[in-house]
Design a protein around this ligand. Structure first.
Ligand code: THU
Length: 129
């Protein structure tokens, strides 16, 4: 856990978060144990900002990864940072069975299956085609 905390701190410190000044780092772990990192990237047109979790997921998907087991998240807050609703949905679309490990800047850890964070979720099975 100490190694991953150090990695999260490093990733988070590179976040491009000049508007909110709220830095977030994420590490998505594949089934093979590969780690793909992401940090939040903000836009001067604020709503175009993208969260750390989705940056990590999109990087991983675009590199060809499809099977995931966990995502670690750390923000500047001492309390563990939960993923936003938008990230929960996109993660659920591509990695429904992952564990979400939220790490506070103080080292507090909270874990939950993604499924528990998004009950009665929408997904592609609900589309009428
Ligand atoms: N943010 C994330 O990167 N992940 C989260 O789980 C919560 C919010 C970012 C988006 C924005 O750049 C900043 O934190 C403040 O909302």
């Amino acid at each position: 856990m100490e190694t991953i905390i150090r990695k999260l701190q490093q990733i988070k410190s590179r976040a491009l978060a000049e508007y909110s000044n709220f830095h977030v780092g994420a590490i998505l772990v594949t089934q093979d144990g590969e780690e793909i990192s992401g940090f939040n990237i903000e836009s001067s047109s604020y709503s175009l900002t993208i969260c750390a979790e989705r940056v990590a997921l999109f990087k991983a998907l675009s590199e060809g990864h499809r099977k995931f087991k966990a995502i670690y998240i750390m923000s500047d807050d001492d309390a563990p940072c939960p993923p936003c609703g938008a990230c929960r949905q996109v993660l659920f679309d591509y990695a429904p069975d992952i564990e979400v490990i939220m790490v506070g800047a103080s080292g507090d850890v909270r874990r939950a299956p993604l499924r528990d964070l998004l009950p009665y979720a929408f997904n592609k099975d609900r589309l009428i085609r």
